[in-house]
Every structure is written in structure tokens, then in C-alpha cells.
Design a protein. Structure first.
Length: 677
């Protein structure tokens, strides 16, 4: 028996949760098929999911298909929860992408397929809802080929579309040989010589599907069960088994974190190597870290200074089987498990031997809002609740203004805002509203700038010398911290304090926006060592501490940024709109008002396709106005594309939530108050 970690992905409402229910029923895990509308599905376990009829959190369920044990992960379909999908992709062996036979290829379907293709995750396509009125075969198959991937292999045909009697008739289409021969010279030769056997064709199909070179396409209905048996055969035969050496070094990846009934952290992890057992002590930390040593003992290098990994003892393990999770003593390579005992675990951490980070597949959130508590809501309780939510979704990226007692959260869209509001009410009893949603801009240095503060000189109240130089870096390269001073010139902990503070301070640049890409070089360093006095021991009041370096670094860094200068960049989304040609005249004035710039226009008979860019701040308004402008026939697809310089004039400013190192006097006063608090 082999393992397969399978993801079910789709645009919202394409029917992936219904397909999950059908697969569980076919495998004998459940006796009755749940309904999304009735709110009784197996994987949508949250009350909010059942109420809204959408998947919000990924869910794992296990079942057996003959000699294949499948760990199936049901993922959200709404684009506002794309981060939840992203965390799952790094632990999959294969995927089923669900497409609606009625709506066809939808915007999120394309986003998902591009990512699956980029990651080379073997993927089967299941065209669902063939029993619904308006279901299409040829048009949807053509759309899959044109808009998702040309390497499609139809696995059969469909009859009686749009009726309860709709069925899938298995059988490789004649075009399959053409597609498979493109990737197999031997098959191409046999094709030319007309000597291809059915066995050779099936073997080539299985091999190329497992390599993500081709994508078999099935049609069916999760509601009636049509085509599902053929899909199950494809899952067993055409997707690769999970690999990993159970006897090797322990290594796994955490893709989900939740809280148990007693408030304890529970981590969902895919094991890639080794066997993890209860009572094992294990190290864990951010993905992509590599081994290193330093003054802090065993650490994982990040930049030049290192970032210590946490350590914990596994107190309990649950593995998935038979439709649920059951307690076990161990989890081996290839399996997915729930782990208890790792209090400091975070989403994305690797367990045991570090693994290379799989990075971000989708764009980060480009919107931000303030959570406003209603009268009588305890602000501290609200902050604790939001911190809990950030454990489960780190990309909401909390930012707290201690002066005004306000908390900012990052968002993908308005639906995510509604879900956060409902979750705070249902799970924590906290009634909140939200301020206006604003775009999340970034700042980039436009030149090189340096500054230095010397120990106890020229108004520097700190026992620390810190000099920094800030320089531009390519977009997407991140923050690199370098040393131009000897690492042994002062205690390691002081260097670490400077690097950590640099990264924290860059969260708010000259205009209040994050500075995500730059090189920061430490050019000066110095400290006051402890002085020994006869009969008195060490004089601690005259020796440097980490507080001094954490205190002076923001002043130096912001001054270096000021001398370098920064440019504010706003997030732009690329858009694709398909609409009736005769509505183009109504669309263009709206584009101008929303600063949307069409870059290409293509006419296809009675419809036209426009592609271009639009500021993230206006995507929601464009989405709302499109139906009225196009008689309900317009279709919008949008996704973050890049950051562009913000328009001159009113430069977007973001309210600061730090101690404001832009104003030296205010900063020192705020720091004194914080220390005294």
C-alpha cells in the first residue's frame, strides 16, 4: 500500500467540497453524502463555513482506495483565502483541479493552474456539474486547453449533459496520442509507424501525468456520482506516491496551526523524511535555514548573524485514517499528522532537519484596515484574539498602535474582512467593525545613505556605537544585512540586537510603509565593556546592554534612509475583462476614473477581451461596477502583478505605530515612557 497526499483545488462554488464528500462516500468513509447547502459536510467543520457555505480553512481527511491510502486536503476556493491554499501546495504529491461544466474556466481556476504548473505538481482536471442546466463539453474542454494548459488528455466523453441522467463515458480521445507523443520520442516513432499499443499508451499516460507533463481531464457530477469512479481510477493510477525514507533524518513541514480545546497549539505537518515519535525532542524553525554555530549555541544562519531555532518535546501525535484522525505513537515519512507539544511552532516551520523554503507562490495581501472595537469591547482581549487568528494566518500581519490602541490587519479582500469579523464574534464574543480598506504600499530606497551615532557623543544617550549604510536592492530580493566591521569586535548578542532591530524598523519607512528590499551594511560598531573597580566588582551602570543597541539603531537607520531617500510604490493588479463589444464605450470612462489602463484589446466576434493594470485600491469597485456596465455578461479576472511608483502629488502616507524615530525628541521621550511603563 502506498500513500498519496492529494489536494482538491477550485474556484469558489465549482463543487470541490461536494466532490470530497463523494470521494469519501465511494471509499466507504461516510454512509451519507453531506451537502454544502445543508451545512453538514465532513471537511467544512467550522460553524462559519457551514453557515456561509464556503471553505475557509484547509481540512485533512484520509481514506483508502484499494492499495492507495489518500490523505485528501480540501482547500478554500475564494481568492480572499488564497494564503490557505498556498500553505497546502508545498506538501502535496498531486492535485485534482475542479472546473464547473456550467461556468467553465473561472479567474481563480487560472491562478491555481498557473501555480500548479510552476510547481510541477501532477494534476488531474475534473469538470464537475455535468448534470446542471447549461453544462457544456466541447466549449469547456476548449477553454481548459486554451486558458489552462494545452497538454490536456480527455479521458472520455459525456452524454445527456444538463440532465440528471448525464454520464461520463471513459475512453481515451484520439487526440491523446498527439499530446503524449510530444513528450516521448519512442512513442512518436511508434505513432508515425502506426505501431502504438494500448499498453504503451497507458504507460506513457501514467508516466507523463506523474511528471506533470500532461493533465488528464474527466467530466462528471459530484452530486450524482457520474464520472467519479473514473476519476478514482485516475487518482490511483496516474498520480505519484508519496516518497521519503522512514529511516532517514526527521524532516517535516508545518502547513497549518490551530488551537485545541484547552488552548494548546496543534500543528499539522507533512513528514518528508524519518519517523517522529511521541516524547521526541525536536528542533524547529523557519523553512530554508541552514546549520551554523555562534555565541548563542546551535543556531540556524540567517544573514551573517544567525537565528536560533526553537526546541520542543512531542507530547502527542494523531495520524489520519478512516476519515478521521486517530492517536498514534509515531508518524513516518510521507504521512500527515497533528502534533502536540510545540508551543512556539509557526506555520511554515520545518521540523527536524531544515528543508529549503518553498517560498510564496501567490502575492501577499495588498490591502489593510483597522479593526475598530464596539463600545464595551476590551481592547486587550481583542488584541489577544487577533494574535490567535494571526497564528492561523500569518499573512494578516497585525500592526498595533499602542498610542491610539488600534490594530491594523492586512487583507486580500472584503470577504476575508467579513470572515474575521464573524470569527471574532462567534469564537471570542467580540463585536467589531472595520475602518475603510486602504492599499498597502511599499517604500524603496532611491539612493545610498549612511549615518552613525557614537557611544555617548553628540547627544547619543545610549552606550552604543552604530553606523549603518542603506542601499537599494532588486525588487523581491528582501532585506540583506551585512557587516563591514569585525564580528569579534563586540559581543555577538549586540550584533544580533542591531540586525533584529534593523529588520523591525524597516517595517515603517520615511512615509510609514514597509521597506521590503534593500541592503543594510553595519559600518561602525562599539560598546562600553564592564569596568571593574576594587572592592566593588563590575559597574553595570557604565556597561553596554542590548537595550542600548536596540535603542540607537532606529535613529541611525531612519537617518540613513532619509539621506538615501525613498520612493512610495503602490500595488497594481493585472486584469482581464471579457465583455460584450458594444459595452466597451461604457467601460472606458470608468477605467479612466479608476486609473485602470487597458494595454491590449482583442475582439472575438460579439465579445472583446481587455487586459491591463489597475491600482489594487480600485479592484473591488471595478468588480462591483462591471455587471451593471456589461448587462451582467462581463467577467473580471485580476491578481497582483507589481508595485509601481505612486502618482505624484498626494504621496500616500501611512500612520506610524512605532516610537517615531523620524522625530528624535519624540522618539526618546516615547522610549523612556515605554521603559518606565
Amino acid at each position: 500500500m502506498h500513500l498519496l497526499n492529494l489536494g482538491i483545488l477550485a474556484h469558489v462554488d465549482a463543487g470541490k467540497t461536494s466532490l470530497t464528500e463523494r470521494l469519501l462516500h465511494s471509499a466507504g468513509v461516510i454512509d451519507e453524502i453531506g451537502s454544502v447547502d445543508a451545512g453538514n459536510t465532513q471537511t467544512d467543520s467550522l460553524a462559519l463555513e457551514r453557515r456561509r457555505g464556503i471553505t475557509i480553512k484547509s481540512a485533512v481527511v484520509s481514506f483508502a482506495l484499494d492499495d492507495v491510502t489518500v490523505n485528501l486536503i480540501d482547500t478554500p476556493g475564494h481568492p480572499d483565502f488564497i494564503a490557505e491554499v498556498e500553505r497546502v501546495l508545498g506538501v502535496l504529491d498531486g492535485a485534482v483541479l475542479v472546473v464547473s461544466a456550467v461556468e467553465g474556466v473561472q479567474p481563480q481556476t487560472r491562478v491555481l493552474m498557473r501555480t500548479l504548473h510552476r510547481l510541477r505538481i501532477p494534476t488531474l482536471v475534473f469538470v464537475n456539474k455535468i448534470d446542471r442546466r447549461g453544462a457544456r463539453y466541447d466549449a469547456v474542454l476548449r477553454a481548459v486547453s486554451e486558458r489552462l494548459t494545452a497538454a490536456v488528455v480527455p479521458m472520455g466523453t459525456a452524454d445527456a449533459l444538463g440532465t440528471r441522467d448525464a454520464r461520463f463515458v471513459p475512453g481515451l480521445a484520439p487526440s491523446a496520442l498527439d499530446v503524449l507523443a510530444d513528450h516521448d520520442d519512442g512513442l512518436l516513432t511508434a505513432y508515425i509507424e502506426d505501431t502504438v499499443s494500448r499498453g504503451a499508451l497507458r504507460a506513457a499516460l501514467a508516466d507523463q501525468s506523474r511528471q506533470a507533463l500532461v493533465h488528464p481531464v474527466y467530466f462528471g457530477s459530484a452530486v450524482t456520482g457520474a464520472g467519479v469512479d473514473a476519476l478514482i481510477d485516475g487518482i490511483k493510477e496516474l498520480l505519484p506516491a508519496a516518497d521519503g525514507d522512514a529511516e532517514g533524518p526527521v524532516s517535516g513541514t508545518v502547513f497549518k496551526v490551530e488551537r485545541g480545546p484547552a488552548g494548546e497549539k496543534v500543528a499539522y505537518a507533512r513528514m518528508f523524511s524519518g519517523t517522529l515519535r511521541t516524547r521526541d525532542r525536536i528542533r524547529f524553525g523557519a523553512a530554508g535555514e541552514t546549520g551554523g554555530t555562534g555565541d548563542l549555541g546551535d543556531s540556524r544562519a540567517q544573514g551573517e548573524l544567525g537565528d536560533p531555532r526553537a526546541e520542543g518535546r512531542i507530547t502527542a501525535i494523531s495520524v489520519f485514517e478512516g476519515g478521521t484522525d486517530v492517536r498514534g505513537d509515531a508518524v513516518a515519512a510521507g504521512r500527515i499528522a497533528k502534533l502536540w507539544g510545540l508551543a512556539d511552532i509557526r506555520i511554515g516551520d520545518t521540523i527536524g532537519e531544515p528543508r529549503k523554503s518553498y517560498g510564496h507562490f501567490f502575492a501577499p495581501p495588498t490591502l489593510e484596515t483597522i479593526v475598530a472595537p464596539s463600545d464595551g469591547v476590551d481592547r486587550r482581549a481583542l488584541h489577544r484574539a487577533l494574535t490567535r487568528l494571526a497564528e492561523q494566518d500569518p499573512l494578516i500581519d497585525l500592526r498595533h498602535d499602542e498610542v491610539r490602541q488600534e490594530t491594523f490587519v492586512s487583507l486580500y479582500g472584503e470577504v476575508q474582512k467579513e470572515v474575521i469579523q464573524a470569527t471574532l464574534a462567534d469564537d471570542f464574543g467580540l463585536d467589531v467593525t472595520f475602518r475603510e480598506t486602504t492599499p498597502l504600499c511599499v517604500e524603496r530606497p532611491v539612493g545610498s545613505g549612511g549615518a552613525v551615532e557614537f557611544n555617548k557623543k553628540d547627544g547619543n544617550p545610549f552606550l552604543a556605537t552604530v553606523g549603518l549604510r542603506v542601499e537599494p536592492a532588486p525588487a523581491g530580493s528582501g532585506v540583506e544585512f551585512r557587516l563591514e566591521v569585525e564580528l569579534g569586535s563586540m559581543p555577538y548578542a549586540f550584533f544580533k540586537a542591531v540586525e533584529d532591530t534593523v529588520r523591525e524598523t524597516l517595517g515603517q519607512g520615511l512615509h510609514g510603509w514597509q521597506v521590503p528590499d534593500c541592503t543594510v551594511t553595519m559600518t561602525h560598531s562599539g560598546y562600553s565593556p564592564r569596568q571593574s573597580h576594587a572592592h566593588q566588582g563590575f559597574d553595570k551602570s557604565m556597561s553596554s546592554t542590548g537595550y542600548d543597541f536596540r535603542g540607537v539603531t532606529p535613529l541611525v537607520l531612519i537617518e540613513a534612509l532619509r539621506r538615501a531617500g525613498t520612493q512610495v510604490y503602490e500595488p497594481l493588479h493585472r486584469f482581464r475583462i471579457e465583455a460584450p463589444t458594444d459595452t466597451l464605450a461604457a467601460l472606458l470612462p470608468v477605467f479612466a476614473r479608476l486609473r485602470a489602463v487597458p494595454q491590449t484589446t482583442e475582439t472575438r466576434g460579439a465579445s472583446c477581451v481587455l487586459e491591463g493594470s489597475v491600482p489594487a485600491a480600485h479592484v473591488h469597485e471595478l468588480e462591483q461596477q462591471l455587471p451593471g456596465l456589461t448587462r451582467g455578461e462581463g467577467e473580471l479576472e485580476s491578481a497582483f502583478d507589481h508595485y509601481a511608483p505612486a502618482p505624484r502629488g498626494t504621496l500616500p502616507q501611512r500612520r506610524r505605530t512605532d516610537l517615531n524615530p523620524l522625530n528624535r525628541k519624540e522618539y526618546l521621550l516615547n522610549l523612556t515612557r515605554r521603559v518606565g511603563a
